[in-house]
Design a binder for this molecule. Structure first.
Ligand SMILES: Cc1cc2nc3c(=O)[nH]c(=O)nc-3n(C[C@H](O)[C@H](O)[C@H](O)COP(=O)(O)OP(=O)(O)OC[C@H]3O[C@@H](n4cnc5c(N)ncnc54)[C@H](O)[C@@H]3O)c2cc1C
Length: 315
């Protein structure tokens, strides 16, 4: 079997891709690509055989795809796993063209069956999970965050510097700025308080922040709050066209529960909803529901949680 190449701009997801590659073929060489100043140290302990560092390559899709394709050519592999993040899906599409092979995005599982690559991915807004079989031995698969757990106790892999020709770019990168930590944490958060159009004004986000604080939770939202109103950043929007999350607890506040939103929380553990309309669709998709006005329920919840925390600390 040819080597398997992995790449993600997200350090934790990059390690999860290595675990997926190992599962596809325990004996194939797994080479993990890191661009520019990416985290080499964590990746080298993820279970890969070698880390290929491409110095000077910015982690933007156009540059990343070109660099990863070049590493694939140099290492004579046409099997590439990337992360199914917003940027990763663009990288997957570009790699598919550059390497001339099929690509599948939003995958939750990947494996070989009778010599053919088999991927599981969601379709119809997350309503169904489909299984697709990819022909040939060349492919690009984009895997969702937390679909695989990173391997523990792996030996440290060596790092090799790879020189790739400068990509012809239609976009030039002036600077790369990090996202706020809360945004980056959302796909990995164990608890999320998510807010929707039930909130009347931007200032009322303070109410949601105090609830999230009392629950040690991260804050997400439905699309209208970020895309239409701009009350929260684009990276906070959960759903079909946003991010998919996998928390142990998801609390939806003033969210109706449209299909496009639910597509982002299908892997959530316990889902709780607060909504003043007992016929809201979210009540058909949650484990616990509170029919009530969020402006009454949320402050009460914050008070109860704070009191419980106080009791724990013996106040
Ligand atoms: C192609 C496409 C892609 C999309 N992708 C996404 C996506 O990725 N993510 C996403 O979220 N949406 C997405 N949408 C939009 C989606 O269809 C819904 O419009 C959106 O999810 C609704 O957001 P909401 O639940 O916050 O608002 P609404 O549907 O307006 O619901 C607000 C809810 O708040 C409740 N409420 C009102 N006042 C209170 C109160 N005082 N207390 C308690 N509850 C109250 C109401 O009963 C209602 O159920 C997409 C749409 C399209 C067409």
């Amino acid at each position: 079997m040819t080597p398997i190449l992995t790449y993600s701009e997200d350090g934790e997801l990059a390690c999860e891709l290595v675990a997926a590659a190992r599962e596809i073929s325990p004996s194939a060489e797994v080479a993990a690509v890191v661009l520019g100043d990416g985290d080499v140290s964590s990746l080298s302990e993820s279970g890969c055989d070698v880390v290929c560092r491409v110095a000077g390559a910015a982690p933007v899709p156009e540059v990343a795809a070109s660099a990863v394709a070049e590493v694939a050519r140099q290492r004579a592999t046409r099997m590439v796993l990337v992360g199914s993040t917003k940027d990763g899906k663009e990288v997957a599409g570009r790699l598919s063209v550059l390497l001339g092979c099929p690509a599948a995005t939003e995958c939750s599982r990947v494996g070989l069956e009778s010599g053919r690559l088999r991927v599981e991915r969601m379709a119809f807004g997350g309503r169904v999970s489909t299984v697709a079989s990819m022909p040939g031995d060349s492919f690009v698969v984009a895997l969702r965050p937390r679909a695989y757990a990173r391997l523990g106790g792996a030996a440290k892999a060596g790092v090799t510097e790879v020189v790739v020709p400068a990509a012809r770019r239609s976009v030039s990168v002036e600077s790369v700025a990090g996202q706020p930590p809360s945004a980056l944490d959302l796909t990995r958060a164990d608890r999320i308080v998510s807010v929707g159009r039930g909130l009347k004004k931007k200032e009322d986000l303070e109410l949601i922040r105090s609830l999230a604080g009392a629950m040690d939770a991260s804050i997400g939202c439905s699309r209208p709050l970020s895309a239409d109103l701009g009350w929260l950043g684009e990276e906070s929007h959960i759903g079909l066209t946003g991010i998919q999350v996998k928390p142990k607890l998801y609390l939806a506040v003033g969210i109706s529960g449209q299909l496009q939103h639910l597509a982002g929380i299908r892997d959530a553990g316990v889902v709780v909803a607060i909504n003043n309309d007992k016929t809201a669709p979210i009540f058909s998709s949650c484990d616990y529901g509170v029919v009530g006005d969020l402006y009454q329920v949320v402050p009460e919840l914050v008070a109860q949680l704070s009191a419980a925390k106080g009791r724990e600390k013996g106040y």
